[in-house]
Design a protein around this ligand. Structure first.
Ligand SMILES: *Cc1c(COP(=O)(O)O)cnc(C)c1O
Length: 455
């Protein structure tokens, strides 16, 4: 019997094993799955500090996974990390006063590869063992889609359906999805915003008949396995810094990346400060200032992967702070009904969290400054974080670089007059396109799914 159990943030689901939690994605009661406890690894930090990325990842995973053989886990993780351009997977480079944690060396050149290369392989392993199939349904504002597709393309017993807001992802991001030739990949260009896409996905998962008839699974950052994979690089980069405590600067959208930092801190990693950096879509930053979580209008910015008003992972934070699933349900239903919810007893405010909001001008200026002073080029998402660190005067902070600059050539060239390139992206534009345009309607998407699902 596995020891580690996964429970719903809303507390109305029977506990699941790790493998069941991976396959389920969302909890059946509409909440998010979380481990029943965050293991305390303080007494292992010394031992962990000298491990390479793969062994450290396996050490982290072993605290959360007890129903997959260690050898199988090693095979999956080693195979996943072999897709990265650097042996180190997530190297840190020093640029001026900052440590830049480069998370963009995976197959699609975005930080989401760190988790999704593993998740695709976990899915395949579990499905093969169980002799079942899975239809993955996800919404993307850009990077998740191509990284998710890359993780599962061509794998047996899996089909993937990715919804994205037509015309709102960068042209390159769209090409990275729509030029994948594998038949199990379905790119759905939705006539609407990212939040429309996400809402169609959420409603589909909430339809339990549909969910079980088609074995729907999720790869969005709601999947616990993704967060688990992301925990690794907080430990890894901290150990490489040689400091007693670390400050992490995290460009945030769906609250997945930074939530892994909260978990690392719960596990005992000495994190002095987490800087939550947002673009003009500042719902999260406002929450950490005021305790009030209020939906605003979506702004379209230079950092489209952070153009998000409803952060799907935020509920996990609410559960962490409020502890009580009933309070989580109340918070989430107030937000769903009125577009606003509040924690007014002070528990929203964490003294170790610094929210910061960065606009387009400051983002461009930061890209230009880093290029001029250090000949280092960052993408606009990473620049939002670094701009925040500069404004707060956080020398020595570990700033996460979440995408390769060549993924956002137009924005970068606005700042420095040159379009960065990468060999993996050159040449995409000549390839045949596979995609389907659909209206922002639940019926249209479910109709498509019925026709093309595997199993
Ligand atoms: C997804 C993404 C982010 C935001 O990460 P969250 O986990 O959604 O907060 C930031 N930058 C890039 C490039 C991304 O793709």
């Amino acid at each position: 019997m596995p020891r580690m159990k996964y429970v719903s943030t809303r507390g109305q689901t029977d506990p699941l094993s790790f493998k069941d939690a991976v396959v389920a994605g969302l909890a059946p009661d509409g909440g998010l799955l979380i481990p029943s406890e965050y293991p305390d690894v303080r007494d292992r930090l010394d031992e962990w500090s000298s491990l390479d990325f793969l062994d450290l990842a396996l050490a982290v995973f072993a605290t959360y996974v007890d129903d997959i053989e260690p050898d199988e886990m090693r095979r999956l993780a080693a195979d996943a990390f072999a897709c990265f351009e650097t042996d180190e997977v997530a190297p840190t480079v020093t640029v001026g006063d900052y440590r830049i944690l480069e998370l963009f060396h995976g197959p699609t050149l975005a930080f989401k590869d760190v988790a999704l290369t593993i998740l695709g392989r976990l899915f395949e392993s579990i499905l093969n063992e169980r002799g079942t199939h899975l239809n993955i349904l996800g919404a993307t504002s850009g990077d998740t889609g191509s990284a998710a597709i890359s993780g599962v393309r061509g794998r047996s017993n899996i089909a993937i359906f990715v919804l994205f807001p037509a015309g709102r992802t960068s042209p390159l991001q769209e090409l990275q999805m729509t030029t994948i030739p594998d038949e199990n990949v379905h790119c759905l260009a939705i006539d609407g915003s990212f939040d429309d896409c996400q809402s169609i996905v959420k409603q589909s998962f909430a339809n339990l008949d549909l969910k079980s008839a088609y074995s729907l699974g999720a790869v969005n950052s709601v999947n616990w396995a993704r967060l688990m994979a992301q925990i690794t690089y907080y430990f890894y980069s901290h150990f490489r810094s040689g400091e007693a405590e670390s400050t992490f600067v995290v460009p945030s959208g769906n609250f997945g990346n930074i939530f892994a930092g909260f978990v690392a801190r719960e596990m005992g990693l000495p994190i002095e400060r987490l800087v939550l950096a947002t673009n003009e879509n500042d719902i999260l930053a406002r929450f950490f200032e005021t305790g009030r979580y209020t939906r605003g209008d979506v702004h379209f910015t230079l950092s489209p992967s952070m153009d998000i008003q409803v952060a799907s992972n935020f509920e996990r934070f609410i559960r962490l702070r409020l502890e009580d699933p009933t309070a989580v349900r109340e918070f989430m239903s107030a937000f769903a009904a009125t577009g606003t919810a509040c924690i007014d007893d002070g528990r929203a405010i964490c003294d170790y969290v610094s929210p910061v909001t960065v606009d387009t001008k400051e983002t461009l200026a930061t890209i230009a400054d880093l290029h001029k002073s250090h000949a280092y080029i960052v993408d606009p998402h990473s620049a939002v974080g670094i701009a925040g660190a500069r404004r707060l005067g956080l020398d020595g902070a570990i700033c996460m670089a979440t995408a390769h600059p060549a993924k956002f050539p137009d924005a970068v060239s606005k700042a420095i007059g040159v379009k960065p390139t990468h060999p993996r992206l050159d040449g995409l534009s000549g390839l045949p396109i596979r995609r389907t345009s659909l209206p922002a309607s639940l019926d249209a998407v479910q109709g498509y799914l019925r026709e093309h699902a595997v199993g």
